[in-house]
Design a protein around this ligand. Structure first.
Ligand code: IPM
Ligand code: MN
Length: 371
């Protein structure tokens, strides 16, 4: 398969983790005879630095001219109090909106090799397998915003329409059909009109999927249940802001936020990005965990129906976790396993799944020919 991939590494650790995802994709291309071509473009703080805006037109055009977008991370504290309200994050939000990426899919899994890294109790998290469907182009993120001139009043409007709810709900139910056939709608219907619209719309739509059971949880309760008994969840469907919060919370199950990938899809385009941020303090130190970026690349492969390829990437990731070839956030068992070495190991495993233990010792010693 030929794929044109727009690469938007972004800020902070974005570039270094994205490089590892590309290593994995290149290894897959070689093994399976695909042709992946990459075009890099700026987004976020780096784009503000280089061209004054967080999402230059040129970047948007590169994205629209590609089959998929591989995104790194966004954000730089130097813009926290920027004049004129220009912030790196606006680049990502505009990109989501302009590309129509209305559904953000965030799989949450407990890896057996990492059960000890979660602060949660092992029996409660072993086997967790959740797919979060977060609405991504509506709600309070995109409603009218206002700050009074004297700065003593501010407002963010939360809006949803039936169409916006239905299109992501269909995706969530379809996904549930291929999983454990359960959808949990997370909302705040005891308080918010928008949440009541979500409940009404989703309840009606659920009739098209009689095999799928639907239940409802208020977001405050859902936040508690996520820690108390995450195994009760299969597919979680929720609006933009609740999905943002609940997915960061869910990352605790896996042991590190550096593990969670995501896919953002619309009718035409698709973007793949880790759920973590730009972790500015770690930039360039080789300590950023590249697994979320690499698993995002695996979601990209899946999106194009390349299931064996996606599976091989996931196998490689699991192998690295089992062998402890991990960055310090996962308490590496070995010295000096950098971001890049994790990427090398994973690419190497993809090329030689049966040979990896031997190569690992080389990588560990910094002697591998593939570095
Ligand atoms: C995410 C991030 C973004 C969001 C930020 C960077 C705007 O936290 O993708 O979860 O809030 O959606
Ligand atoms: Mn977030």
């Amino acid at each position: 398969m030929k794929l044109k991939i727009a690469v938007l590494p972004g800020d902070g650790i974005g570039p270094e983790v994205t490089d590892q995802a590309i290593k994995a994709l290149n290894a897959i291309a070689l093994e399976f005879d695909h042709k992946f071509s990459y075009k890099h473009a700026d987004v976020g703080a780096i784009a503000i630095d280089n061209s004054g805006v967080p999402l230059p037109d040129e970047t948007l055009n590169v994205c629209k001219d590609s089959d998929a977008i591989l995104f790194g991370a966004i954000g730089d504290p130097k813009y926290d109090n920027a004049k004129g309200n220009i912030r790196p994050e606006q680049g990502l939000l505009k990109l989501r909106k302009e590309m129509g990426l209305f559904a953000n899919i965030r799989p949450v899994k407990a890896f057996d090799a990492l059960l000890d890294f979660s602060p949660l109790k092992k029996p409660n998290i072993k086997g967790v397998d959740i797919s979060i469907y977060r609405e991504l182009t509506g709600g309070i993120y995109f409603g009218k915003k206002e700050t009074s001139e004297d700065g003593t009043y501010a407002s963010d409007l939360c809006e949803y329409s039936v169409v916006e709810i239905e299109r992501i709900a269909h995706l969530a139910f379809k996904s549930a059909m291929a999983r454990s056939k359960k959808v949990t709608l997370v909302d705040k219907a005891n308080v918010l009109d928008t949440s009541r619209l979500w409940r009404k719309t989703v309840t009606k739509l659920a009739k098209n999927y009689p095999e799928v059971s639907l239940d409802f949880l208020y977001v405050d309760n859902a936040a508690m249940q996520m820690i108390l008994n995450p195994k009760q969840f299969d597919v979680i469907l929720t609006e933009n802001m609740f999905g943002d919060i609940i997915s960061d919370e869910a990352s605790v199950i896996g042991g590190s936020i550096g593990l969670l990938p995501s896919a953002s899809v619309g009718d035409t385009y698709a973007l793949f990005e880790p759920i973590h941020g730009s972790y500015p303090q770690a930039t360039g130190q080789g300590i950023a965990n590249p697994i979320a970026a690499i698993l995002s690349a695996s979601m990209l492969l899946e999106h194009f129906g390349l299931y064996d390829e996606a599976e091989l990437v996931k196998d490689a990731v699991e192998k690295s976790l089992k062998l402890g070839i991990t960055t310090p956030d996962l308490g590496t068992k070995h010295d000096k396993i950098t971001t890049s070495k994790v990427g090398d190991f994973i690419a190497d495993y993809i090329s030689n799944p049966n040979d990896s233990n031997r190569n690992f010792s080389n990588i560990h010693l910094g002697q591998s020919t593939i570095i």
